[in-house]
Design a binder for this molecule. Structure first.
Ligand SMILES: Cc1ncc(COP(=O)(O)O)c(C=O)c1O
Length: 295
């Protein structure tokens, strides 16, 4: 069965779901999006994702043409119609169709709302057991003085360039630094180190306030571990006991190699594995049920 997608008021087979070539999301990356997961028929942290979607929209002066409740209902309805159990959901709101100039006032029809919901399982296969290899990329993360990394915008070129470099260098992911040389995040994931039982991640001013990142900080506190949000350098990464990335698609990915330095003993660390286990329990037992309420 072909999956349906939602496009401006209609549920259409994905192959019929189309937007204008003059859409400013396409022409200029002028828009915002979310990446959301469903596990065992429940949507994980749906309301936090919706909150971030609306915060991103506010930050770029974009008015989403639906209330938050309506967006929530559309997401649930699409998941129901696509029979999503374990899936990935992608709401996208762009400035809409305009003309070739970049002035958003020319987008006279108003924003375009698209929602995609497809089955999805593990991103990294056996790497959750073996661990991931990262390289530090030469592309620095765009600083918040230019565009806040907290806006989940359709402009991912900074991250894509870093990802291309990581691919070319045979790594699973690229680690990005800020302009001062402090560690920020991976290309689509937040980054953590574990040092003397302390779980440390960079402050959110230089990276996306990931929902998995927040969840991991909560899990670490429940485990009785000290957590810190502070700047650190590659020196701290190379000498860390453990390291991992976090993201909606990647979940928690143990990191065992950064720039050809082995992290810890070269295997996913004990704290990381405990956090991964607790995270898996949490995603399968909490969240908004997709099928409970027939819409
Ligand atoms: C640049 C960037 N950093 C971090 C993340 C992780 O955020 P989350 O855990 O909310 O998916 C993502 C993915 O959404 C991302 O694109």
């Amino acid at each position: 069965m072909e999956m349906l997608a939602y496009v401006n008021g209609e549920f259409l087979p994905e192959s019929d779901a189309k937007i204008s070539i003059f859409n400013h999301g396409f022409l200029y990356g002028d828009g915002i999006f979310e990446g959301i997961r469903a596990y065992s028929g429940r949507i994980f942290k749906l309301d936090l994702h919706l909150q971030r979607l609306y915060n991103s929209a506010d930050a770029i002066h974009l008015e989403i043409p639906h209330t938050r409740d309506k967006m929530r209902e559309l997401i649930l309805r699409l998941c129901q119609r696509n029979n999503i159990e374990d899936g990935y959901i992608r709401p996208i709101v762009s400035r809409g169709a305009g003309d070739l100039g970049l002035d958003p006032r020319r987008c006279l029809e108003g924003p375009t709302v698209v929602i995609i919901a497809r089955p999805f399982d593990l991103l990294y296969g056996d790497k959750y057991e073996k661990g991931l290899k990262l390289v530090t990329t030469s592309h620095r993360r765009v600083p918040s003085q230019c565009v806040s990394p907290n806006i989940k915008s359709l402009n991912y070129l900074n991250n894509i360039l870093a990802k291309i470099e990581a691919n070319m260098r045979g790594a699973d992911e690229g680690l990005m630094l800020d302009l001062n040389g402090f560690v920020c995040e991976a290309t689509a994931d937040n980054f953590f180190i574990v040092r003397n039982g302390m779980v440390v991640t960079p402050p959110r001013v230089t990276n996306l306030q990931g929902i998995t990142r927040e969840t991991v900080l909560e899990i670490a506190e429940e485990m009785g571990l000290e957590t810190r949000e502070e700047f650190f350098s590659l020196y701290d990464v190379y000498g860390a006991d453990e390291a991992f990335i976090t993201g909606t698609a990647a979940e928690i990915g143990p990191v065992v190699d950064v720039d050809e330095r082995i992290i810890g003993d070269g295997n996913p660390g004990k704290v990381t594995r405990e956090i991964m286990g607790r995270f898996r329990d949490l995603v399968r037992t909490t969240g908004t049920p997709i099928q409970e309420k027939r819409l």
